[in-house]
Write a protein that binds this ligand. Structure first.
Ligand code: NAD
Length: 381
């Protein structure tokens, strides 16, 4: 059974769905691995490294997609600029595609995949249950994004993060506020603390208080009896009163902190706007906002998705490619998530799409010529 690793065609995307290391592991599961020429270059894996890992280098996308039984990708399929065809049209009838798909936002793509009689698993739809943690690509990428958010903030912030006493004077530590303490927020707290900043964090889900404090940061609280923990531990939409109260807190904090990192998301919804233009304008000159929700509309009113933007002396980082900016590590982690999925699906010898498996069923978005998204609700035992 052949696995194909195409070169990503989304502009600026540097990640690749298998590294030489994960390709070797896939071979141990019985798969042959084909890699499109230069597929790993953006992530610092050249063709020689794949050849040394016993992969077969394929000269172009059309050959790769035609020959592969299973295609592993990072970004959802799109129009291929060189082949002048949609990647879905390169997929051969009845084959399997495993990739980020974002099915809720990509209904047309699902229809297109149906027409190829493909089997499609969306890595963004893997259920986030304990058993599936090793396949959890959302967490792998969020962890990188949270880390990188702090590095981007440090890059645009013209000062130390840690406090110092030098012969030339005393330097105060930077103050960082993190809004939203999911996987990315926790990674951002750890990184900012590691650089020596004073860190405070806020989340609507009160269960994260302990995690914030265990990382040495302060948990900001409201005097408000409403908890944001919704179904499956995810955030729920809060009352207008709550949002008003948290925004009053952020307005106070904005005047005081040097850096704000926002990661507030509610699955399937547009990101809530929590930092207004007025709050940005109240920040000190040279302050930085990093908006990790930029792709979902942004938590900050001044965010320009995909851009670094200056507004009245404050830098607003709205980059949407943070994991790709750490492409080598991101590819290794994502490739490992894919490896675990293929291992759970039986490897090459016993490969099957087991609809009884909650994880496989959760991720399956197209199967046997039908859209299988959203999956049926799983009864809690
Ligand atoms: P996410 O990226 O969906 O959201 C980021 C954070 O924003 C969440 O913590 C959310 O509570 C917060 N938020 C939403 N609205 C807000 C608001 N108005 N103000 C402030 N904060 C707001 O989060 P995620 O990283 O995907 O994690 C979400 C949940 O999934 C968590 O409970 C996490 O523990 C859980 N999870 C489970 C697994 C697993 O079991 N395999 C893996 C990863 C995450």
């Amino acid at each position: 059974m052949k696995i194909g690793i195409p070169k990503e065609v989304y502009p600026g995307e540097q990640r690749v769905a298998a590294t030489p290391d994960t390709a070797k592991r896939l071979q141990k599961l019985g798969f042959d691995v084909l890699v499109e020429r230069n597929a790993g270059c953006g992530a610092n894996f050249n063709d020689d490294a794949y050849t040394a890992a016993q992969c077969q280098i394929v000269p172009d996308a059309a050959t790769l997609w035609t020959e592969a039984d299973i295609v592993l990708k990072v970004r959802p399929p799109q129009l291929h600029p060189d082949a002048c065809k949609h990647e879905v049209d390169l997929l051969h009838q009845g084959s399997t595609l495993i990739s980020f798909i974002w099915p809720a936002q990509n209904a047309d793509l699902l229809q297109k995949l149906v027409s190829r009689q493909a089997t499609v698993l969306a890595m963004d739809a893997i259920p986030r249950i304990s058993r599936a943690q090793k396949l959890d690509a959302l967490s792998s990428m969020a962890n990188l994004a949270g880390y990188r958010a702090v590095i981007e903030a440090a890059n645009h912030f013209g000062r130390f993060f840690n406090g110092q006493i030098t012969a030339a004077g005393k330097v105060p530590p930077a103050k960082v506020m993190i809004i939203g303490v999911g996987v990315a927020g926790l990674a951002a707290i750890g990184t900012a603390k590691g650089l020596g900043a004073i860190v405070r964090a806020f989340d609507t889900r009160l269960v994260v208080k302990e995690q914030v404090e265990s990382l040495g940061a302060e948990f900001l609280e409201l005097n408000f009896a409403e908890d944001g923990t919704g179904e499956g531990g995810y955030a729920k939409v809060m009352s207008d009163e709550f949002i008003k109260a948290e925004m009053a807190l952020f307005a106070e904090q904005a005047k005081e902190v040097d850096i704000i990192i926002t990661t507030a998301l509610i699955p399937g919804k547009k990101a809530p706007v929590l930092i207004t233009q007025e709050m940005v304008e109240s920040m000190k000159e040279g302050s930085v906002v990093v908006d990790l929700a930029a792709e979902q509309g942004g938590n900050c009113a001044c965010t320009h998705p995909g851009e670094v933007y200056r507004h009245k002396g404050v830098t607003i980082v709205g980059l949407t490619d943070l994991p790709s900016r750490m492409a080598q590590q991101a590819s290794q982690l994502y490739g490992t998530n894919l490896y675990h999925l293929l291992e759970d699906m039986g490897g090459a010898k016993n490969f099957q799409v087991n609809l009884e498996d909650e994880v496989v069923r959760g991720a399956l978005v197209v199967h046997s010529g039908e859209i299988t998204y959203p999956p049926p609700k799983v009864e809690k035992k």
